[in-house]
Write a protein that binds this ligand. Structure first.
Ligand SMILES: Cc1cc2nc3c(=O)[nH]c(=O)nc-3n(C[C@H](O)[C@H](O)[C@H](O)COP(=O)(O)OP(=O)(O)OC[C@H]3O[C@@H](n4cnc5c(N)ncnc54)[C@H](O)[C@@H]3O)c2cc1C
Length: 463
């Protein structure tokens, strides 16, 4: 049962100035707005404060402090463990803050905290520009950026945080501060990987890069039976790959989507999905050996608008399904790692379960490791193993499958990408940052949020 918040008694300050929407249990839109992307999360907040701007965020924080209720902050609502919703607390929802202002000459964009990647890509591509962003268009810019941000452009241009020029932040005290290399630089360091621990970012300023109207991009599919040979070929082939090329190896059952022929649906497949962010002719040259390897079932890697590639997998990660994740970084694609991939890839049952092996390196690894709180710059690959089901039925079996795959990789784990964690406890968060960065983040937390007001996140407690 969720207790309604007595806004009359405690919220005069908020009621006086709040221009957004309050939603409480019993309101017609309550269920719509308490839902998050992961359908396995079912929580009932006492109040959802949908902010329209910075003043609303300040008011919501001050109000929340009066109530002492737990506070969740929602950008795009895609946190795997559902950190952007809570039971019997307050959700500060930024979903109405959807402004994007592109400066085509200066190649920058100012982006409000409720913007989704598909919206930002459309706004920047109107000027032939883009920044490193997530590979699914309905993911939030805010949460993805604050954890680091990997995507099709990271090998060429660096992580999303490497494009961040400044951020407007409302602190736990309800004060608006700016963070950049020159203003509050330590806060700026922490925001670039340290998640939502230090305040609510209301606006991000990103550097943009020219991206041609068409990129050579898309998946090439092989039967899973070819995975042992394909993965050995792949590791040699990408060793020499230019930064323009970014790939994700995917294992799954071929989904029942329009772009795949019906006879493939349900087959166990391994795919190498590519994006070549350079001249199409150069990309064709680079990709030729891969395209000719073995007997591909289907080759959908072709010239296409960047925004089309960015939305290609939106339907494959639909809202409301049940998702469970295990993740780790590995240094290399050794024979042992490949053996694990083959063994566990062949055990995939659910039609919506997927494994993504993200290629790292390139520009990500050339940024000084100490420049940001993000800690995975020297990972060779990042695994994202997700055991998914469309409903609760069969979900437990998928979770067990994902855990078994991840445990089998344990001897090869190096670090883990913080945005790919579930609720896995403090040790895993420490692992994500490493000792020195974790201690530095703790000190920053003591400075900006000594009472741990922002704690529904991959939490770095102040003490
Ligand atoms: C379908 C899907 C695809 C993904 N693809 C990628 C990918 O390509 N690359 C990648 O790097 N990651 C990817 N991720 C992981 C993604 O980075 C995280 O799930 C991220 O947290 C999502 O951000 P959000 O704003 O949608 O989430 P939310 O659930 O709204 O927020 C996530 C966390 O950030 C905090 N937060 C949100 N907004 C703010 C804010 N304005 N200020 C302070 N704290 C805030 C929240 O409190 C919460 O702790 C993907 C996730 C999904 C579900």
């Amino acid at each position: 049962m969720t207790a309604a918040v007595d806004t009359k008694a405690t919220g005069d300050e908020l009621l006086g100035s709040f221009a957004g929407e309050f939603i409480q249990p019993g309101d017609v839109t309550y269920d719509e707005h308490r839902r998050v992307w992961n359908g396995a999360i079912d929580r009932s907040p006492a109040l959802i404060a949908r902010c329209r701007g910075v003043a609303d965020v300040i008011a919501a924080i001050r109000f929340a402090r009066c109530t002492a209720l737990p506070v969740a902050v929602r950008g795009g609502g895609h946190s795997y463990p559902g950190h952007s919703v809570c039971d019997a607390g307050i959700v500060i929802d930024l979903g109405l803050m959807t402004g994007v202002r592109v400066d085509p000459q200066g190649r920058t964009a100012r982006v409000q905290a409720g913007v989704l990647w598909g919206e930002l890509d459309r706004a920047t591509q109107a000027f032939g520009l883009a920044t490193t962003g997530g590979f699914v268009g309905h993911t939030g810019v805010a949460g993805l950026t604050l954890g680091g941000g990997i995507g099709w452009l990271h090998r060429k241009h660096g992580l999303t945080i490497d494009q961040l020029l400044s951020a407007d932040v409302v602190t736990a005290e309800g004060e608006l501060v700016k963070a950049s290399e020159t203003e509050n630089p330590e806060l700026f360091w922490g925001l670039r990987g340290g998640g939502g621990n230090f305040g609510i970012v209301t606006e991000f300023e990103f550097r943009l890069h020219p991206i041609r109207p068409a990129v050579l991009a898309g998946p090439i599919y092989w039967p899973m039976a070819e995975a042992p040979a394909l993965l050995r070929f792949y590791r040699e082939w990408i060793a020499e790959a230019p930064d323009e090329l970014m790939t994700i190896v995917m294992q799954r059952r071929a989904p029942a989507v329009d772009f795949l022929p019906a006879e493939l649906h349900g087959q166990l497949i391994v795919a190498v999905t590519c994006c070549y962010a350079g001249a199409i002719e150069d990309g064709e040259e680079v990709l030729r050996p891969l395209k000719r390897f073995g007997s591909p079932l289907l080759d959908l890697c072709r010239p296409k608008p960047y925004v089309d590639h960015q939305s290609m997998f939106d339907a494959a990660y639909a809202h409301g399904w049940h998702y469970y994740f295990r993740a780790c970084d590995v240094a290399q694609l050794t024979d042992n790692v490949i053996d694990v991939m083959v063994e566990h890839g062949n055990r995939i049952v659910s039609p919506v379960t997927t494994v993504g092996l993200w290629q790292m390196g390139g520009a990500v690894a050339r940024v000084d490791d100490s420049a940001t709180a993000f800690n995975g710059r020297h990972a060779g690959f990042t695994f994202n193993i997700n055991g998914n089901s469309k409903t609760a039925e069969g979900f437990e079996a998928e979770r067990q499958w994902a855990r078994a795959y991840w445990y089998a990789l344990a001897p090869h784990h190096t670090s883990v990408y913080v945005n790919f964690l579930m609720d896995e406890g403090e040790q895993r968060i420490r692992q994500a940052y490493g000792y020195a960065k974790y201690e530095r983040l703790k000190a920053l937390k003591r400075a900006y949020d000594p009472t741990n007001f922002f704690r529904l996140n991959q939490n770095i407690p102040p003490d």
